[in-house]
Design a protein around this ligand. Structure first.
Ligand code: SPD
Length: 387
């Protein structure tokens, strides 16, 4: 309305400046100006919120606390890989309001218009976030318009210490922990106690690429061939492919894994709860590990965007972010939560990684083109099928 009024005023001024000689035609009395409407309140949303997140990735009681405080009923579903979430988003009409993509996938998803920009005025707790984490996210999401951190950790080697030492016998632990899962001399021994890999091309190829000396986020299919040639040599020794391996690690079904440090730490805690004597550790390989950042984003066709903002802001409260670290052993990227982190969690170097490893060894997330992702999926599937 305002813009139209401005255009009309400019037209009138231009006509006046032209100095028309003829008598002006009689004009009808102007219609009364419409009464300026107060800014319309957004229509009330039904008290529902649909969230799609990874399994084992939210502190117990958090959803119930949000529901109690807001009266919003949360429907919470899970997916196991970024590939699965991506396929759902691309197919459209997900029915989800909030999804939790890894930043590696979020870049093409933002570029493809799959998310709506956040209304930062509704997120009063944004100020709690670590600017360094926001800067990482801004590589995928310029100006931090669409994403806020859910949690971050890294993909690494996890071991059941006693079982690995026993299976290796006289062989000492390698200097580079990746040898345990990629080098035939080690895998041949560890297959007896169980080697597990995450089940996703974009988890396994980056660490394999790094191991063979290539860029972990290479978009070159020739590099995938080098990585899968290496992987083919250990394929027969891999017992399972799974992105939900916490119980397998905790119960001793897998002794050496490529997994997420957070999940490996959950397995370690679960083994203790189960009164097992097994010591489970997430290692910090000497040659580095791949950091990942999972983020909250609101889908472009979310039916409950206001509820989604309410949940995001709730999650960004220091006490909730602290619960993510204390209960789930994942770092939330929330600086204001720092004082509420339990000392044993704050002191665990595979959760709060020290600055030296972070800057010297940790591999920052990159991104893959659609073509690269397809080539990577084909290479991975051939490897998995032993072809
Ligand atoms: N327990 C769920 C952990 C979720 C991890 N997301 C990992 C994304 C890595 N690229």
């Amino acid at each position: 309305m305002k813009k139209q009024v401005l255009v009309l005023a400019v037209t009138a001024a231009l006509l006046a400046a032209c100095g028309k000689k003829e008598e002006p035609a009689p004009v009808a009395a102007p219609a009364p100006a419409p009464v300026a409407a107060a800014p319309a309140a957004p229509p009330a949303e039904e008290k529902v919120l649909n969230i799609y997140n990874w399994p084992d990735y939210i502190p117990e009681g958090m959803i119930a606390a949000f529901e109690k405080e807001t009266g919003i009923k949360v429907n919470y579903d899970t997916f196991e890989t970024n590939e699965a979430l991506h396929a759902k988003l691309v197919a459209g009409n997900t029915g989800y309001d909030i999804v939790v993509p890894g930043v590696v996938f979020a870049k093409p998803q933002i570029e493809g218009g799959l998310y709506q920009p956040l209304d930062k005025a509704k997120l009063t707790n944004l100020k709690n976030l670590d600017p360094a984490v926001m800067q990482v996210l801004s590589k995928a999401d310029p100006d931090n318009q669409h994403l806020v951190p859910w949690a971050w950790s890294f993909t690494t080697v996890g071991i059941n210490k006693g079982k690995v030492e026993k299976a290796l016998g006289k062989m000492p632990m390698p200097e580079n922990a990746w040898d345990l899962v990629f080098k035939p001399e080690y895998t041949a021994k560890l297959k007896s106690c169980g080697i597990a890999y995450l089940d996703s091309p974009t988890e396994i190829l980056p660490v394999a690429l790094h191991y063979v000396g290539k860029d972990a986020y290479s978009n070159n299919p020739d590099d995938y061939k080098v990585a899968t040639d290496m992987l083919a040599k250990v394929r027969k020794d891999i017992r399972m492919f799974s992105s939900t391996m916490i119980d397998d690690v905790a119960s001793g079904k897998a002794c050496a894994v490529i997994g997420w440090a957070g999940d490996i730490n959950i397995a370690a805690a679960r083994a203790v709860e189960n009164k097992s004597k097994d010591v489970i550790e997430a290692l910090l390989p000497a040659t580095g590990a791949t950091a990942f950042f999972d983020t909250m984003a609101i889908t472009k066709d979310a039916k409950h965007p206001q509820n989604a903002h309410a949940f995001i802001d709730f999650f960004l409260r220091p006490e909730n972010a602290a619960a993510m670290a204390n209960d789930m052993t994942y770092n939330s990227g929330n600086l204001a939560a720092k004082d509420q982190i339990k000392p044993e969690i704050a002191g665990n170097k595979s959760i709060f990684v020290d600055a030296e490893y972070m800057t010297g060894k940790m591999i920052a997330p990159g991104s893959f083109t659609n073509e690269a992702r397809e080539a990577m999926a084909n290479a991975y599937n051939r490897f998995k099928q032993g072809k």
